[in-house]
Design a protein around this ligand. Structure first.
Ligand SMILES: *Cc1c(COP(=O)(O)O)cnc(C)c1O
Length: 232
């Protein structure tokens, strides 16, 4: 067994154990929470090892690298690819070609561009709305007050399926309080969109808080792949 495979396997086991404990504390079933391993900046060879270790969901943040990486995967058929990065309307055509889920939809222009692009590929795409939990406009995301209106737009799009919401806890804030706010937004959207049941929240540093507030999808990078800074 290669050193890299061993390291990834050990890190994965630690994260799975954290998820098991967090779900037990919250009185939730461990199967209610899906682990999305965020593999941005790491090579397709790492993704192949992770798939071998049982990972079935990966997240990519940078369109510049994600398309080629996904095309290189040995077992693309086993993997659900989540795009979690910032979207530009002139780039969504590219993202639509390789992503199965886009978690970072945050404005009407992206909804229409994505719908058109997916239509050209003659398929459908699962979509999450990225919600901003910052006090002031920050790193992207729709503000909670406008989330319902955006949800209705996705609901009306012919080739998109609204599955829920995604957020990143604000830096320096109290993660649990942010995720509680996200859960409220999710509940509001689900009232009119019964299939929008996913809450993507929680990363390497705050997955326990996210599980406590109902997260169904965790996006974990560093805790499994190691520090991106070490890549040089
Ligand atoms: C990189 C990234 C993650 C993973 O963050 P870690 O702290 O490395 O676990 C999660 N979500 C998004 C949107 C990311 O870009």
């Amino acid at each position: 067994m290669s050193d890299r495979r061993e390291a990834l396997g050990a890190n994965l086991a630690v994260v799975q154990d954290r998820i098991a404990r967090a779900t037990a504390v919250a009185g939730r079933a461990v199967d209610d929470v899906e682990l999305v391993v965020v593999t941005k900046y790491f090579p397709a060879a790492d993704v192949d090892l992770l798939v071998d270790l049982g990972v079935r969901h990966i997240g990519e943040n940078k369109d510049q690298e994600a398309g080629a990486k996904v095309a290189e995967l040995s077992r693309r058929d086993l993997v659900t690819v989540h795009f979690v990065g910032q979207l530009q309307s002139n780039k969504v055509g590219h993202v639509a070609a390789y992503a199965d889920v886009v978690q970072s939809v945050d404005r009407p222009k992206i909804v229409s561009a994505l719908d058109r692009a997916v239509g050209r590929h003659d398929r459908t795409l699962e979509v999450l709305l990225q919600v901003s939990l910052e006090d002031r406009a920050g790193r992207g995301g729709v503000v909670p007050e406008e989330a319902l209106r955006l949800a209705d737009l996705v609901g009306d799009a012919a080739h998109l399926t609204l599955r829920g919401v995604m957020a990143v806890a604000p830096l320096g804030g109290e993660a649990r309080r942010s995720f509680a706010r996200l859960r409220e937004v999710a509940d509001g959207i689900r009232a009119g969109h019964p299939d929008a049941t996913w809450i993507s929240a929680g990363m390497s540093g705050d997955l326990e808080e996210a599980v406590a507030e109902g997260a169904t999808h965790l996006r974990v990078g560093t805790a499994i792949l190691g520090s991106r800074a070490s890549l040089g």
